[in-house]
Design a protein around this ligand. Sequence first.
Ligand SMILES: [Zn+2]
Length: 301
Amino acid sequence: MDKNTIKRLIFVILFVIIVVGIILIIQNTNKTEKALKELGYSKEDITVIIEKLSETDIEKILNMEYNQKLVSILNATYYIPDNLDRYIAYSPKTDNIDDIISIVNVGADNEWYTNTKETNLDDGIKMLVNKFHYLKEDYLPNDIVSISNWYAYEGHSTKKEVYDNYINMWNAANKKGLVLLVNSSYRTFEDQENEYNMSNDDYASRPGFSEHQTGLALDIVSDGVQGNEFENTDEFRWLQENAHKYGFILRYPKDKEYITGYNYESWHYRYVGKDLATKVKESGLTYDEYYAYYCEYKKAC
Ligand SMILES: [Zn+2]
C-alpha cells in the first residue's frame, strides 16, 4: 500500500468511528428520553432533567416513581446538586418547593442536634453556629472587651470589632432619640452549660451550639422591655431598617423556626460585617440558608 492509500484508510476508519459514536449517543439519549417519558415526565421536564442531571443521577431517577416536584426542585434558585437525594427524600413532606430546598440546604431534614459538625473557624466573623454546627468546649474568641454601662446592662462583653460597630450603631440610633441596650452578649461554654441546665431545648441552646459563644452575638433591647415586646418599639423598627449598615443581622426572624431551629427573637443580633449583613438582608434569607448556599456551596460570601 502506498502512503496515500494508508492515509485514506485511516481517514475512513476515523470517520466510521465518529459516525458510530454519534449514533450511539443519539440512541442512548433517545433511550433515556423514552424511559423518562414512560415514567410520566413531559417533554419540557425531560429537557430540564437531561440538562441538569448527570447520567448517574438520571439512572437514579429512572429507578424511582414519577415525582411531580422533581423539575421544580431542579429549577429552584437555591438548588444544590449534591443535595438531590435529600430533596427527593424530603419532597413528600411539603408542597412548598422553596421550603424543601431551604430545609435540606440547612440540614433541617435531620433532627436538631443530629448530624452535627464543628463550625469552620476559618470563616472568622462569618462563622456559622447553629443546631448543626458547634464550637468546641475550649473555643475562646480573641479580642473580647467589656461593654460600657452607657450602652448595656451591667457586666457585658463582646469582640472588639463588634463593640466598635455597636457603638456606631448606638450613636446613630441615639441621634434619632432612641436608646439601645445590650442585655446578653458573649457567653463561655460553661455559661451556656449553666443556662441550659436551668432550662431546656425550647428556651436555651445546648452548650457549644450557642452563637453567644462566638462573641459575635448581642441581645439588644430598649429600656424596661421584655422578650418580643421589643418588636413593638421604635428601637426595633430602627434596627430593622439600619442594623445591616453596621454589620448586624436579625438572626432568628419570625416564622423561620423550622429553618433556624429557634423561635422568633426580635432581640438577637449577629455581627457578620457590613458587606455580608447587607447581602443577607437583601437576599431575604436566614443566615443559615445564606451560608449553606453562598458561603458553603458557591464559596462566595
Ligand atoms: Zn441571644
